[in-house]
Design a protein around this ligand. Structure first.
Ligand code: AKB
Length: 318
């Protein structure tokens, strides 16, 4: 029975819903307090409704469950965030300040803050973007994550709060749907392929972006949080790489399984966001500090996504 009590904000999101299950598997069902704005359907475990902009409500849960770790996943992502920039900034920063302040007040052992490749802009090297490059994000989401990274480092330096962070690429998983990101196409395309429906891609065929499979994402997050404190040399946020690919490369990979899969390209505003992001990431600090190593390349992602989505849609032929 773990002594840990882990509170997760945004448990119902694309990453949150999978990370919550992984943490329950690791620490025990009752060691995890899942929270979100809306009830999670068919959730098995401890769940509490929480608007993370409400500091009083957050602190009440920390006291109620004697929380020892917080994973702060609640945020508005890049594409959706542009629909209401000031609200995006307000939600993404107010929730972070609530988590950081409460974590100092209640002496929380460890905090996780998800950052993103969205912190980079057109002044960073496009390929193999280094950990310490200039950040000039073009989206409010990216601005909020760049600011958030620096607030996390501030709370570490000023208060000794052990807050850790990863700059996630586009996360691809079969367990959940993405929610308003620029990289969402890389999940949606597999659902269409498995249902043998044509796909209209909102990015150009050659728009290369850093991506990562959900299993690698979850493992990286837990490995970072489990790493010895003294091995953590980056207190803003670690670059993290899985595999980079273009929409046309993922189509080629899918066509190995579905030769007749049809894709058309109709770029929208998200192409403009993608053009400001790196095409690939240098994650050598993560590799050196806590032995990060991705396991899934594009074809492995495709094989697993198709296998799992066929089960999800009951398309397995006996
Ligand atoms: C988004 O596309 O906004 C996110 C991200 C890369 O942080 N998936």
């Amino acid at each position: 029975m773990s002594k840990e009590k882990i509170l997760i904000t945004g448990s119902g999101g694309q990453l949150g819903s999978v990370l919550t299950e992984a943490l329950k598997d690791k620490f025990g069902k009752n060691a995890v307090i899942a929270t979100d704005l809306r009830q999670m359907e068919n959730y098995e475990g401890i769940f509490e409704l929480l608007d993370a902009t409400d500091a009083v409500a957050l602190e009440a849960l920390i006291e109620k469950y004697k929380i020892t770790q917080i994973y702060h996943l609640a945020a508005i992502l890049s594409a959706k965030g542009e629909q209401n920039p000031l609200q995006t900034w307000d939600i993404n920063l107010k929730t972070l300040f609530n988590v950081l302040e409460a974590s100092v007040k209640y002496k929380i052992d460890k905090v996780f803050f998800p950052s993103s490749i969205a912190v980079y802009g057109d002044m960073a090297t496009k390929s193999n973007t280094a950990q310490d490059e200039f950040l000039n994000p073009s989206t409010v989401y990216g601005i909020s994550k760049a600011a958030g990274e620096n607030w996390c480092q501030y709370y570490f330096l000023k208060y000794g709060l052990d807050v850790r962070s990863l700059r996630y690429p586009g996360v691809i998983g079969y367990q959940s749907l993405p929610g308003g990101g620029t990289t969402d196409y890389a999940v949606e395309i597999y659902h269409n392929a498995v249902k043998e429906e044509a796909f209209e891609c909102y990015l150009k065929a050659d728009a290369m972006l850093p991506m990562i499979f959900m299993d690698d994402t979850i493992r990286a997050t837990i490995e970072l949080m489990e790493a010895p404190k003294e091995s953590i040399t980056i207190r803003t946020s670690y670059n993290l790489a899985g595999v980079s690919f273009t929409p046309e490369e993922v189509v080629t990979s899918i066509k190995e399984h579905y030769p007749n899969f049809e894709v058309t390209y109709k770029p929208d505003f998200r192409q403009g966001i993608a053009e400001g992001w790196p095409s690939s990431i240098d994650d050598s600090f993560a590799r050196n500090d806590w032995n990060w190593q991705p396991k899934y390349d594009l074809d492995a992602i495709t094989a697993e996504m198709i296998t799992q989505l066929k089960k999800k849609y009951n398309l397995i032929t006996q």
